[in-house]
Design a binder for this molecule. Sequence first.
Ligand SMILES: NC(=O)c1ccc[n+]([C@@H]2O[C@H](COP(=O)([O-])OP(=O)(O)OC[C@H]3O[C@@H](n4cnc5c(N)ncnc54)[C@H](O)[C@@H]3O)[C@@H](O)[C@H]2O)c1
Length: 316
Amino acid sequence: MKILANDGLAKSGVTALEEAGFEVELNNVPQEELVDYINNNKVVVLLVRSATKVRTDIIDNCPSLKIIGRGGVGMDNIDVEYAREKGLHVINTPAASSHSVAELVFAHLFGMARFLHQANREMPLEGDSKFKTLKKSFAKGVELRGKTLGIIGFGRIGQATAKIGLGLGMKVVAFDPFIEAATLELEFYDHQAVFFEINTISKEEVLKQADFLSLHVPAQKEYVISSKELELMKDGAFIANAARGGVVDEVALVKALESGKISKAALDVFEKEPTPEIQLLMNPDLSLTPHIGAATGEAQDRIGTELASQIIDILK
Ligand SMILES: NC(=O)c1ccc[n+]([C@@H]2O[C@H](COP(=O)([O-])OP(=O)(O)OC[C@H]3O[C@@H](n4cnc5c(N)ncnc54)[C@H](O)[C@@H]3O)[C@@H](O)[C@H]2O)c1
């Protein structure tokens, strides 16, 4: 049976599937050629990440297909309900990348707090001729310890992010319309553990209290952070969006950065992917990454093995 992993698949997943007798293709077939490719090769399982779209054209016209698998969380690139109505299995790996995304958030927060995103752009250009000027420009860093981390969306990634914040000595406040409270277990390398009970509070309170705000909601129809929400935030706060493009109103964010209302912001996801607005790419107050939240070896290995075991359970 053939499996097409159109956006790639970690070696751990390929090996597990091959050992179970599947043939795994790692070709990246262009979107418009996918229907023909699946039919000509009698592909049974189509695996994607976020790039390949699985819409009705594929679901309706590829009778060999039995499983659509998403390596990762958000399934907004797949017509999930429609596929299930047509009898297809749709699977994903919701927990595999939580820690990787949470660590990326802190990479951005630490970087912004100490101007690393700017220093890394400017040191190669002027580090030898204007060392002292750069030293002065990047002198007003801040610590994260003792600050308040606000989290909007307190699911898997929100809670993983909260744990890192707690470990650093931050206060954590969170909003989630569907979660009233969560017990977070901070595990240490020597098996000691500390438990924190966090009761969620209103969105307005989180916005008012946060020195650093991180967003962890699924894709939505409306902005979660627009000018109204930005207005409620502390002057000089920091924001990180590693959730989905369209969760933050980018135009309102740029205005808030220009006015100094928001000190700096980090974006891993964009309203226009894969061609983000140039005003974002050129903005010195933005710390930018190209949607790499789940892109660690560890997360991809977990994604690979989780997908493989689900496929084997369904088809063998
Ligand atoms: N940057 C990346 O590469 C990357 C990788 C993985 C996931 N993600 C994104 O992270 C999102 C969160 O993932 P997760 O595993 O934590 O999902 P999850 O389902 O465990 O948690 C999402 C939480 O958001 C809450 N929520 C929904 N709407 C909300 C709103 N308007 N305001 C506040 N809370 C709201 C839900 O109740 C839920 O508890 C994913 O949907 C995906 O879009 C990004």
